[in-house]
Design a protein around this ligand. Structure first.
Ligand SMILES: [Cu+2]
Length: 436
């Protein structure tokens, strides 16, 4: 038996890499006000920002568990307002999904709630407030959640890269226009400052790295260009791609994730293509060189083994997005609706027996893009020819476009289906599905 490179690195390089399995899961997650230096570089002199965070930081602590391991965290709400935690993308037990009014009661200020669940899929996930999320997430109540494979891929560094924007005044305080009608009726509340937050500041020339990109913004779609690496796209929304793919600009809607495994050729820089020019989001600098760079091919990650959908679905349904500024008339009672209904109806939109495969045609009959998120299970995107595409938990549908998704609903419970442009969800673009 030969000594594997992984075993060598995990024993010798632990001090400079992310801590290994199981060491980074806190026993409690305390949400409370914190002051954070968000503005960097030339803007840093504007000062620090009063925000909300978990365990004293925003983003909150990196929670890392091994696939199949139970995560047990006591959420302590000290924010001054009701809150809850949603574990985004985890195929979770319904009672732990963190949706007030559907899966649990609000956790009142000063109260605690024990979240305890098994994470069945390895991949890149995140957690965030699901109470007044359009304000609490924007103020900082979110963090990365990594579920590690039993046999992680052979890399020198495993780096989480949060991508976010913030809407700040020249005194570095949040502009207090949360919930303003203008944002809700248009594309959502956009920040005026954006950056990446990598989990480590430097890499070596020649390192093989795994980059886990997470878009935590309320509403901004980030087309991201990454310079300084050569490699492959290996996962989307936490789920491995069956084959690794070349990538150019990676577009992430709010809540979407992408995993890349790549070799470092220079400092890694991240740019956001605004449509007019490239806005620099930040970089991971170079420090030294790897004396033993890898020359092996980048292989697909192991599948999470989800049940494959039947090609002939049990049911076909259509979900039409309606409303918003410059949108047509719709019968919903709020700004946005699904199939003419705003917000959560008393009865679920669909009631499904466990194991039902449903093909849903998502029709965007509005003037804005929407990132539609299903709780509790992943679904396949279908291409226009009906071919099965990647597994996702959030799918971006541009204005006046249509996308079909195919989902095996095999997780019992009451599951939210909503736009992850958080202002849109708050003003009507939400419904729910019951699997029972
Ligand atoms: Cu939307």
């Amino acid at each position: 038996m030969t000594l594997s490179r992984r075993a060598f690195l995990s024993s010798s390089a632990a001090a400079t890499l992310l801590p290994s399995v199981g060491l980074t899961s806190p026993q409690s997650l305390r949400a409370a006000p914190v002051v954070t230096q968000i503005l960097a570089g030339e803007f840093a002199e504007y000062g620090a920002t009063p925000t909300l965070g978990y365990n004293g930081t925003t983003p909150g602590p990196l929670i890392k568990v091994r696939q199949g391991q139970e995560l047990a965290v006591t959420f302590e709400n000290r924010t001054g307002a009701p809150s809850s935690v949603h574990w985004h993308g985890i195929r979770i037990a319904n009672g732990m999904d963190g949706v007030p009014g559907l899966t649990q009661a609000h956790v009142e200020d000063g109260d605690d709630f024990d979240y305890r669940f098994v994470a069945p899929d390895a991949g890149t996930f995140w957690y965030h407030s699901h109470s007044r999320s359009w304000e609490q997430v924007a103020r900082g109540l979110y963090g990365p959640l990594i579920v590690e494979e039993a046999m992680p891929p052979d890399v020198d560094a495993d780096i989480v890269v949060i991508v976010d924007d913030w809407r700040l005044s020249e005194t570095a305080e949040f502009i207090d226009d949360f919930g303003a009608m203008f944002h809700s009726a248009h594309a959502g509340r956009m920040g005026n400052y954006a950056k990446v937050i990598p989990s480590q500041p430097s890499v070596r020339l020649g390192d093989r790295v795994r980059l886990r990109l997470i878009n935590t913004a309320n509403a901004r779609i980030f087309p991201i260009d990454i310079a300084g690496v050569e490699g492959k796209l290996v996962a989307l929304d936490g789920m491995p791609l069956p084959e690794v793919q070349d990538f150019g600009t990676i577009t992430l809607a709010p809540a979407q994730r992408a995993d890349i495994i790549a070799d470092v050729t220079e400092a890694i820089s991240f740019g956001f293509w605004t449509g007019q020019d490239t806005y620099p989001l930040g970089e991971i600098r170079l420090e030294g060189a790897n004396p033993m760079p890898r020359d092996t091919a980048i292989a697909p990650l192991p599948s999470n083994g989800l049940v494959e959908p039947s090609l002939v679905p049990d049911r076909r349904e259509t979900l039409k997005m309606q409303g918003g500024a410059m949108g047509g008339a719709h019968p919903g009672e709020d700004i946005w609706s699904f199939n003419g209904l705003s917000d959560l109806p008393e009865a679920p939109w669909l009631k499904l027996a466990p194991g039902t495969t449903v093909q849903i045609t998502l029709v965007n009959d509005t003037s804005f893009p929407h990132g539609i998120h299903l709780h509790g299970q992943h679904f396949h995107e279908l291409d226009p020819d009906g071919n099965i595409g990647p597994l996702r938990d959030t799918t971006l549908i541009n204005r006046q476009e249509t996308r079909d998704i195919l989902c095996v609903f095999d997780n019992p419970g009451k599951w939210l289906l909503h736009c992850h442009m958080l202002e849109h969800a708050a003003t009507g673009m939400r419904t729910w599905i019951e699997v029972a």
